[in-house]
Ligand binder design. Structure first.
Ligand code: NAD
Ligand code: UFG
Length: 334
């Protein structure tokens, strides 16, 4: 089975390429390298010991997608923009890449009669929790343009399935992916100042940044700091392989991929201190605008439908991130 992996050179995409090859799939990466580089695919090649075919292309280029799709059986669609803060400043870019890009992909797939798709959605589609843990039945309500683009695409996919029930679509709602491949060859390597907690902590640990800013310590959580459901990126990648394996049945199903446990910002700093062997300096800052106090998943549907559950611990997540960070002090840019 041959899989087109859009955004396959990115953080989650590159880890998924490794697991796809391990599971015996053929793949073709389709990426414009706007937030990644050829170097990452070379690292994937080193891990799996074989060449990774790729096409440099944009998901908004329908004709190029049609060519890329020839001979493929299914698509995993990672390509997109993912920064909540940036989406508030540049909403049209987000609608263009995430919504229009997906529309182009779906049209190209329809033209070639390729109707198996795994789509990267996000827990952000749940908005402020009405209850926790989030089950897939929780009402959907985006609170920023990035989340809105994920929600619009989810709706587009559900409408498509209603119109043609021969499609097999898995919408995967990721919680907070962190960590890196155990080889230390691939991991999260954001350009500029990291927006997310884990890469920021790792850069403080390696001496690239002075201290961690903790955004708020007055939330109604166990220690006042924000609580999230962190999931090891390798577990997440394996979830995609499992999703592909159930796409032999036509459906349009949304599934949470999370570990089902909440950890606070201070928990994560504490866990990282243990693996890097020092007490990382941090400072309490005001709350970050738009942040939710606490959310975590109910992962039982993934267990039932995909026979998948997150196996790796918070310590594994921090250890692998630290390993990646010390091996890649300057990051991947070449
Ligand atoms: P990433 O930025 O590392 O990877 C995205 C990849 O898509 C990059 O390689 C980038 O070059 C490529 N890309 C971007 N725009 C493109 C375009 N127009 N045409 C072709 N390629 C393009 O991000 P990631 O963390 O690996 O996220 C992958 C997907 O998962 C995204 O859709 C993201 O919204 C979603 N997601 C991520 C998280 C997270 O915390 N990382 C959480 C929930 C959902
Ligand atoms: N935080 C800090 N300091 C930092 C960065 C973050 O204290 O420097 C805190 C945040 O306030 C939050 C927690 O750490 O309480 C996690 O924040 P992240 O920015 O790492 O992650 P988010 O939960 O805000 O969002 C991430 C992705 C979204 C995605 C969501 C759910 O950025 O795109 O997970 O998957 F939608």
């Amino acid at each position: 089975m041959k899989i087109l992996v859009t955004g396959g050179a990115g953080y989650i995409g590159s880890h998924t390429c490794v697991e796809l090859i391990n599971a015996g799939f053929n793949l073709l990466v389709y990426d414009n390298f706007s937030n990644s580089s050829r170097q990452t695919l070379k690292s994937v090649e080193k891990i799996v010991g074989q060449e990774i075919p790729y096409i440099i292309g944009d998901v908004r280029d329908e004709a190029a997608l049609e060519n890329a799709l020839i001979g493929c059986d299914a698509v995993i669609h990672f390509a997109g923009l993912k920064s909540v803060g940036e989406s508030v400043v540049k909403p049209l870019s987000y609608y263009d890449t995430n919504v229009y890009g997906t529309l182009c992909l779906l049209r190209a797939m329809q033209k070639l009669q390729i109707k198996k798709l795994v789509f990267s959605s996000s827990a952000t589609v749940y908005g402020n929790p009405e209850f926790l843990p989030f089950t897939e039945k929780h009402p959907l309500r985006a609170t920023n343009p990035y989340g809105e683009t994920k929600l619009v695409v989810e709706e587009m996919l559900r409408d498509l399935y209603v119109s043609d029930s021969t499609w097999a679509i898995m919408i995967l709602r990721y919680f907070n992916p962190i960590g890196a491949h155990e080889s230390g060859l691939i991991g999260e390597d954001p350009k500029g100042i990291p927006n997310n907690l884990m890469p920021f902590i790792a850069q403080v640990a390696v001496g690239k940044r002075e201290k961690v800013s903790v955004f708020g310590d007055d939330y109604p959580t166990k220690d006042g700091t924000g609580v999230r459901d962190y999931i090891h990126v390798v577990d997440l990648a394996i979830g995609h392989v499992k999703a592909l394996q159930v796409l032999n049945k036509t459906q349009c199903t949304a599934i949470n991929l999370g570990a089902g446990k909440g950890y606070s910002v201070l928990d994560i700093i504490g866990a990282f201190n243990k693996v890097c062997g020092k007490d990382l300096p941090y400072v309490i800052m005001p709350r970050r605008s738009g942040d939710i106090a606490e959310f975590y998943s109910d992962p039982s549907l993934a267990k039932e439908m995909l026979c998948w559950e997150a196996k790796r611990t918070i310590d594994d997540m921090c250890q692998s991130m630290w390993n990646f960070q010390i091996k890649n002090f300057k990051g991947h840019e070449v």
